[in-house]
Write a protein that binds this ligand. Sequence first.
Ligand code: G3H
Length: 476
Amino acid sequence: MNIYKTYINGEWIGKEHNYDILNPNTLTVLGKVPCLGVEEIDKAFTAADEAFNSWKKTSLSFRISLMEKWVVELSKAKLEIATMMNNEIAKSLKDALSEVNRTIDYIKYTIEEMKRIQPKVYNGKAWGVENKYAIFNRVPLGVVLAISPFNYPINLSVAKIAPALIAGNTVVFKSSTQGTISAILMSKTIEKAGFPKGVFNMVTGRGRDIGDSLISNPHIKMISFTGSTEIGKTIASKNSMKPLVLEMGGKDPAIVLEDADLKSAAIKIAKGAFSFNGQRCTAVKRVLVSDKIADALITELLEIISNYKVGYATDENNFITPLISQGSANFVSDLIKDAKEQGAKVLIGNKFVRNLAWPTLIDNVTKNMKIYYEEPFGPVLPIIRFSTIKEAISIANDSSYGLQASVFTTNINKAMDIAHKIESGSVNINSAPQRGPDHLPFLGIKDSGFGVQGIADSIDSMTTLKGIVINYDENN
Ligand code: G3H
């Protein structure tokens, strides 16, 4: 079995004390990664802080040349990384490869976006002030702490690391426990690209052991986090005066009006709800459907769901694969049990073998059930019926989350009206919620987060303006 090392200040660091990463397909140990202590974590931040002094002075063309080498190295390691993801997070090989490809495109676009960032010049005359010009440049912040979740161990890591590095920041990176080995393989591609030592550092360890020392390190100048709302709130409460971007949970509703193209809506909703077993913050987490067409939509959904193949991610025929842990499966199972006890009707699914959860559709979900409010992060889709559009909007907004939402209708006027009234970062008309394409701004409100990701927006969040104001005397 492989014992992996982590990368700090240009060196691969191993420890005697390691912890197990399980393969969710088999629930056996896949590999071991170092349990870092406070000392090593501090070493990573100190290295990043020191490296910032010279990295921030490098030319953009130099940083771009390294990013381009990173693209080459990541492309070479594509299959190795995707195969590891297949084993470490039970993502299908096809989806894992597409995640790595998406990430390569992300780095390329980040390079292009950075080239377009130019200083802004202000003329004092616009305010009636003579002989004054101001130049405002975007400058890096310093050490960025990047924390990524298990569901996109490559894409959501690089979506933080790439904008940080191109803008002249240095990075301390912590992946979620499950996904660490895939992230280590990705980190190797950064090393191979030849970034100067200390510019990029990765730390490993269980959140409960190292979380506090990680998020309270005094060298941190900005935190970009994707993960659970609970941890996001802890980070926010322990960091005052530090810029934060938090992307957390969601309970994205898909509202289906009676004039919607039902076949198309069902295909998009099923994919949105069940791809990667619902383990996506942007998964459709509830269907709000007009009671006039609810039965017809359910018939379409059942036809799709009943054809899903369920089993290990190592078999490419399987669409539904094991959940990330037994705890996740238990949580999903409890939500279904509670809904049933409160009077909901399970239409398909509700079968579990260890952490493998069959896709489940539940009808007649009401406010008194946990699944009405909670985010399952698993393959279970509640149906809530409504009779008026006003009621649908009110149900959609009856959530502590506000990440994304969908409206399915052939009436653009209704779609626009609903989109304006829904409390969420974005509303998709006739499509399932989704973060991509990755250059779009991506954000949540309420308990779904704050700050904006995306490529230009991430660079913005990891830089600040620095103004130089020129005052001159005309007659000298
Ligand atoms: O899980 C959270 C991700 O940001 C969702 O990304 O919409 O591309 O699956 P996605």
